[in-house]
Ligand binder design. Structure first.
Ligand SMILES: C[S@@+](CC[C@H](N)C(=O)[O-])C[C@H]1O[C@@H](n2cnc3c(N)ncnc32)[C@H](O)[C@@H]1O
Length: 218
């Protein structure tokens, strides 16, 4: 895919840490964030101690994700980070982080790639069955626009390959047609859906947490 997706930064109080905390992410976990946007989920997973690999097609979003991961780490060190916190504060944190210069070097355990989720293997070919958690949140409708349903299948196949057996996948899309398509594929592959929506803070997070899937062990 030659052309970069020109979408706007997604900065919204809809997104909170609750998707990440509901999954029980902690030190030692490895998290894959596909279409990470400004990187809030990745940044929270990172300050909770996870090794994070995130990818996005939009350069500005990649930059913001890098800034945000640095900023949350600084807040954590200064003991100024509240988790759980209030969604409105999250927007402020992202907006503040965006004022910073992009970091020259990311903290340990943080890897953020500028690229196409359909070509994930180019960036992390050595990481099959490596991740405890994969997040594919509100991105596959865009992949569908770029590459059609085959593109969605391509992304999900790669994520499937990267996830450990028994690993958790949040595969959520706010477009019902896209969500149905995702559900059918994952059911066919033997994934079990678990509902964690009671842990969500915002309506968006509650919906996303209805779509937590466990990869089969065999
Ligand atoms: C609506 S945002 C969701 C961001 C993030 N997942 C979240 O939940 O906060 C969609 C993101 O997908 C990215 N995107 C679109 N097509 C992509 C592709 N083919 N590969 C990787 N990222 C893509 C966009 O650049 C945008 O940052």
């Amino acid at each position: 895919m030659k052309e970069e997706w020109k979408g706007q930064l997604r900065i919204s109080t809809n997104y909170t840490h609750s998707v990440v905390t509901a999954l029980g992410i902690k030190e030692g976990h490895r998290v894959l964030d596909v279409g990470c946007g400004p990187g809030y989920h990745s940044a929270v997973a990172h300050v909770l101690g996870a090794e994070v690999h995130a990818i996005d097609l939009n350069k500005k979003n990649v930059e913001t994700a890098k800034k945000l991961i640095m900023h949350l780490n600084e807040l954590k060190e200064a003991k100024k980070l509240e988790l759980p916190g209030d969604p409105a504060k999250i927007q402020k944190i992202i907006l503040n982080a965006m004022k910073n210069e992009p970091p020259k070097k990311l903290p340990e355990r943080a890897h953020i790639y500028h690229g196409d989720a359909a070509e994930l293997d180019r960036h992390i070919s050595d990481k099959d069955e490596y991740f405890d958690v994969a997040l594919v949140i509100d991105v596959l409708h865009l992949v569908n626009m770029q590459r059609g349903p085959k593109g969605i299948m391509k992304v999900l196949k790669q994520v499937h390959k990267k996830l450990k057996p028994g690993g958790k996948l949040v595969a959520f899309n706010f477009e019902p047609g896209i969500q149905n398509y995702i559900n059918k594929i994952l059911e066919r592959w033997g994934y079990q859906r678990i509902g964690l929506s009671e842990h969500g803070i915002t309506e968006h997070d509650k919906l996303a947490l209805k779509h937590v899937w466990i990869k089969p062990k065999v």
